[in-house]
Write a protein of this length. Structure first.
Length: 429
């Protein structure tokens, strides 16, 4: 609960940071807009001086305005183009490098903008982010056209320009906030993962306690009965009770060894003592001891060892445990008379070992989770079957240590097939 309070505080802090950054950026945009307005006013002042003071631009403007009023007054047909180019040059000179980033259009019109004397091609186009500036022109220009001429300037896509001016602030801010959001997402993921792991570990501890409690209780009871039998001189009973105590002790030893084996694998301090051996021989030894268990339940164990090349390089102890775990699971998770098939086959450079059963099967959404440590499928009566959720995790780690692969093919209610693929040694291919 405390962890989720911390997550809530972090989320609120992140949202607060986003709001503060948004406020700063908004203030920055307003400041840049004010600077733009001030700069455009200075530009209009410069353009006004160029159009009213004596210079080449004013002369071209006057001649063009006179021509507009009386077409016979001047033969210069290219005058509007020359004036447009001159005004372009003045604007670019004033704006400097910003003239490349700023999308602008300008025109020289009458007061009502009904008559356009000279204009850029895109002056009449409008958009939502366009900002307009204008300045009336007096002096000789006004007398030349017998009207009040206006110099008008449109700054188009203003928002893009302003955002570009603040890119040095916006880009780091967005990256920083995204980084914090990713960290928050990872924090939530790991906290949720830790919560699930705690549940699984608690389940494991409960299972382990239950599994150890039964033989410990039996040993205690048998010890008392053994003392009584010794006191009465019942030698047969003494031997029987001692044998039972030994069996229960082996059960405890088996549980402890499984946990310790997995712990050693996780510590990465283990070393595989690999040997080249015949996998068929290894499987045959296992089946000789496992077969009676299947027969005791009225089932059938069917070997189909068809691989032509069965030589592999494995750790005999660990890989024997791999096959044993798969066979044990195939037997445990069958409710009726068990049927188990263990087979081998060649598949290019791999030797594939398959263990098939007709048991309760595994749902599709659970098939990848069963290889996680402590995980047991939480459905039906599966938890009535003894186990800690360590077997398949151990199997996967051992198979990976042998550079092999393990796959599961299953459907709920129809049984399962586990396939272990091992690389064939180079000189045996």
């Amino acid at each position: 609960m405390r962890n989720w309070i911390i997550v809530g505080i972090v989320i609120i802090s992140l949202l607060g940071l986003v709001f503060v950054q948004y406020s700063y950026l908004r203030a920055g945009l307003l400041l840049e807009r004010a600077r733009l307005d001030q700069r455009m006013e200075h530009l209009l002042d410069e353009m006004y001086l160029k159009l009213v003071r004596e210079n080449n631009v004013r002369e071209m403007t006057i001649r063009m305005l006179v021509t507009e009023r009386n077409p016979l007054a001047s033969p210069e047909l290219i005058l509007p183009d020359r004036l447009r180019d001159s005004l372009h040059f003045l604007i670019r000179e004033f704006l400097g490098a910003d003239s490349l980033r700023m999308d602008y259009a300008f025109a020289l019109t009458d007061e009502d903008e009904k008559h356009v004397f000279v204009a850029t091609e895109d002056f009449l186009s409008e958009n939502d982010t366009q900002v307009s500036y204008q300045r009336p022109i007096g002096g000789l220009a006004m007398r030349a056209c017998n009207c009040r001429p206006y110099f008008r300037l449109h700054i188009q896509n203003t928002l893009n320009y302003l955002v570009g001016r603040l890119a040095y602030l916006i880009i780091p801010t967005v990256i920083f906030i995204l980084f914090l959001a990713i960290c928050l997402g990872l924090l939530i993921y790991y906290l949720d993962h830790q919560r699930k792991l705690d549940i699984i570990k608690n389940d494991f501890i409960n299972n382990l306690t239950h599994e150890l409690k039964t033989p410990v209780f039996s040993i205690g009871m048998l010890s008392r009965m053994l003392k009584t039998a010794v006191g009465k001189g019942q030698n047969e009973k003494v031997e029987e009770y001692a044998t039972l105590i030994e069996k229960e002790n082996e059960v405890i030893k088996g549980h402890v060894e499984r946990v310790l084996e997995l712990a050693s694998l996780e510590g990465r301090n283990y070393q595989m003592e690999k040997q080249r051996l015949s996998l068929h021989n290894l499987i045959g030894e296992l089946l000789s001891s496992f077969g009676p268990q299947v027969q005791a339940r009225g089932g059938k164990l069917q070997p189909e060892l068809k691989a032509i090349n069965d030589w592999v390089e494995v750790d005999p102890v660990h890989f024997r445990n791999v096959i044993q775990n798969l066979l044990d699971n195939a037997l445990k998770y069958q409710t009726d008379e068990p049927f188990i098939e263990i087979s081998t086959r060649d598949e290019e450079d791999w030797l594939v070992v398959s263990v098939l059963d007709r048991g309760i099967g595994i749902a599709t959404d659970q098939q990848q989770k069963i290889f996680e440590k402590f995980y047991r499928v939480p459905s039906g009566n599966l938890h009535q079957v003894k186990g800690f959720g360590l077997g398949l995790n151990y199997v996967r780690q051992i198979v990976k240590a042998h550079r092999g692969q393990i796959k599961v093919f299953s459907k709920a209610g129809e049984g399962s097939r586990f396939e272990v693929s091992l690389p064939i040694p180079g000189d045996y291919k």
